[in-house]
Design a protein around this ligand. Structure first.
Ligand code: FEO
Length: 394
């Protein structure tokens, strides 16, 4: 994709990665991604906002060639993660007079991660500005979006926010701006769930600070640009501030059908009591979908058989994931089965110390579920429905 003008003398110069299917050797990318970089020609100085993944540095260089860029004064590094900073060494090599502009913490991290020499940096304080002549860059420190060094860059005269990962979406698209709001909402929610949700409290503070910023465009470093910024601000506000909803997320594994029988019965019992259920077979599910479901859920119930005394490893993984993502959950429980004994409840409970939740009495049966086990499942479903109602969750 060639450079694209988003405002007079401001260009998208990034790279679209249509075929990437995994990020950090962990996160599924069903729709690819993009690494957005932006070039700003001021009347006196030129700035590049972020770079691209090192695997695509030639694309960035070609875009700079297309625009006949002879000089770059500043390369703003909003974030040290390599999908945005990985081509910074090449850009600094090609433009020897350019300085990397970042937070003090960002400088340390970029020196560690990319071996960039200290004399190539300018560090900026929160709210500090750099003039490009007729355009002014203002830097807003925003730690923990999603690393400790992160900042946002605001182009005052054009009212454009360059927030790097914040508000981003892993979505490869030929559209420069959001055209399909449903598709982008889904991709941005997935991105929030997988990457930003553990830092919800920090993000609440950053969203509050942005209320003072007049915004015409939000130009993130992944996915399309928001020409209606209120669309993504409203979505984030709901994800980080709203109470969880009347939803149970139910990831499970079944080896010989017993846990599956319990899951089927339990899902039906919950639905009959007016609770929405999102069920995931962990043998096949996309963990991004599971993470997204956790954004709004009030309750997590995991279903597991017993393997070598403990939970099935896939269920332990789901519990670890939920613990790391720190969703807004209020209640957790466990259902499942065993052959001759085990410590499923103790082991799973120990995997979720970050979740400030009430643990509801688990239902664990020996072999196939009997009538008493189905009654216990009915009771658990009633208890969840009552708890959700008590908390006014809709
Ligand atoms: Fe898109 Fe945190 O890197």
């Amino acid at each position: 994709m060639k450079p694209r003008e988003i405002r007079p003398r401001i260009y998208w110069v990034g790279a679209i990665d249509w075929d990437r299917r995994l990020f950090d050797s962990l996160i599924p990318l069903p729709d690819g991604t993009s690494y957005n970089a932006y070039l700003i020609f001021g009347s006196q100085k030129t700035a590049l906002i972020d770079t691209v993944d090192p695997t695509m540095k030639e694309v960035l260089e070609n875009n700079l060639d297309e625009l006949a860029v002879k000089n770059i004064d500043y390369v703003v590094a909003n974030h040290a993660e390599q999908d945005h900073s990985g081509s910074l060494p090449r850009v600094l090599e090609r433009f020897p007079q350019a300085k990397a502009v970042t937070t003090p913490r960002g400088k340390d991290m970029l020196m560690d991660l990319l071996m960039i020499p200290e004399d190539r940096f300018i560090t900026v304080k929160d709210k500090e500005t750099i003039s490009l002549g007729d355009k002014t860059l203002e830097f807003i420190h925003a730690p923990w979006v999603h690393w400790p060094e992160t900042m946002l860059t605001y182009l005052r005269e054009d009212r454009i926010l360059f927030p790097c990962d914040f508000f981003g979406s892993h979505l490869a698209t030929s559209d420069l701006y959001v055209t399909d709001e449903g598709q982008v909402y889904e991709a941005a929610k997935r991105y929030y769930a997988e990457i930003m949700m553990p830092f919800r409290t920090s993000i609440q503070g950053h969203l509050n600070r942005l209320k003072d910023c007049a915004l015409d465009l939000i130009a993130p470093s992944h996915g399309p640009i928001y020409d209606k910024p209120e669309f993504i601000i409203k979505a984030y506000t709901s994800w980080v501030f709203d109470e969880p909803r009347n939803i149970v997320v139910l990831p499970y594994i079944s080896m010989h059908g017993s846990t599956k029988k319990m899951v089927r019965y339990f899902v039906s019992a919950l639905a009959q009591k007016g609770v929405t259920v999102k069920q995931f077979d962990l043998a096949a599910t996309d963990i991004g979908k599971l993470a997204m479901a956790l954004v709004d859920a009030a309750t997590l119930v995991v279903g597991t058989p017993t393997v070598l005394v403990g939970p099935h490893p896939n269920v332990a993984y789901a519990a670890l994931l939920a613990n790391a993502l720190r969703p807004k959950l209020k209640f957790v429980s466990i259902i499942g089965s065993y052959g001759w004994g085990g410590k499923v409840v103790e082991q799973l409970s120990a995997l979720i110390p970050n979740l400030k939740v009430e643990i509801l009495p688990p239902v664990i049966c020996r072999g196939l579920p009997r009538p008493a086990d189905f009654t216990a499942l009915d009771n658990l479903a009633s208890s969840i429905a009552a708890k959700h109602k008590e908390h006014g969750l809709t």
